[in-house]
Design a protein. Structure first.
Length: 270
């Protein structure tokens, strides 16, 4: 399995390099190679997921390693789907760079497994769906962040009255803005329902929700930050650089929620 993991990282890095070369030189052959390598990475990640499922007789979602691993797999999956509908290789480059970083970080993440006693407490339908919904919302917010980041770069160059050849691959500012909003619009209800299921699970299993826990607090802060973004965009019709910058800041808060609060949490495994 260690060799398989190294192979996945190697193929993933070559795929990202291919997308970078295509971005700089507009090489369609390299683009197709990068896409097929990414498809192979997706299959290998699926095999590794299935192996852990068989080995531990549970869905591999409970350790810090498994959380980052599945998060990266979701980003690979979504980027392959988006490649069909959004012909923007810079988006593929950004999403899979984030996915690669998450996959690489997972190698250093704790993977001591879950004890049999803890396994009986944790592995319930509520908790499994809770984790899956949260990871899906993180993936949606990552896509939203990628569009906002592309928007900020495009806006900066246009404001400075600079036009570089590769900027035509970014698309219009209005399209980037709409796509960023659409991804967040999907992410918020996923995050909300995931948190509701987590509250129900905690109430049933441990007798109450630890509201003072860092992970719980920052999760609701993330929900509030993205809810404000949607309200600003949809109700107050805010557009432009500042709202894209706000969305980027909301994603940074999400990263703090994922990494820092997880390290400080006494209630969550990751």
């Amino acid at each position: 399995m260690s060799l398989l993991y190294v192979l996945i990282l190697a193929l993933y890095s070559i795929s990202i390099l291919g997308y970078f070369i295509d971005f700089m030189q507009n090489n369609q052959k390299v683009n197709r190679l990068a896409f097929w390598l990414l498809s192979i990475v997706w299959v290998l990640l699926g095999l590794l997921f299935a192996w852990r499922f068989i080995m531990f007789d549970r869905l591999p979602l409970m350790t810090a390693f498994e959380g980052m691993f599945v998060y990266a797999w979701m980003l690979v999956s979504l980027s392959l789907v988006l490649n069909r509908f959004v012909r923007m290789n810079v988006l593929m480059l950004l999403l899979n760079t984030i996915g690669f970083i998450m996959l690489a970080f997972s190698m250093a993440a704790p993977d001591a497994g879950v004890s049999e006693e803890l396994n009986r407490v944790l592995i319930t339908e509520f908790l499994v769906v809770h984790v899956i919904l949260l990871l899906l919302s993180y993936a949606a917010f990552t896509i939203s962040f990628a569009f906002s980041l592309i928007y900020l770069i495009q806006h900066r160059f246009l404001k400075q009255k600079k036009w570089l050849k590769w900027m035509q691959k970014f698309g219009s500012l209005s399209t980037l803005e709409r796509n960023s909003y659409a991804a967040s619009l999907i992410g918020v209800p996923l995050l909300l329902t995931g948190l509701i299921l987590g509250i129900i699970w905690a109430s049933i299993t441990v007798g109450g929700v630890p509201w003072a826990d860092w992970k719980v607090l920052t999760s609701f802060l993330v929900l509030g930050a993205y809810a404000v973004y949607l309200i600003q965009y949809q109700i107050f019709k805010r557009r432009g650089y500042n709202i894209a910058l706000y969305n980027t800041a909301a994603f940074l808060l999400l990263l703090i929620n994922y990494f820092l609060s997880g390290a400080l949490s006494d209630f969550h495994i990751w």
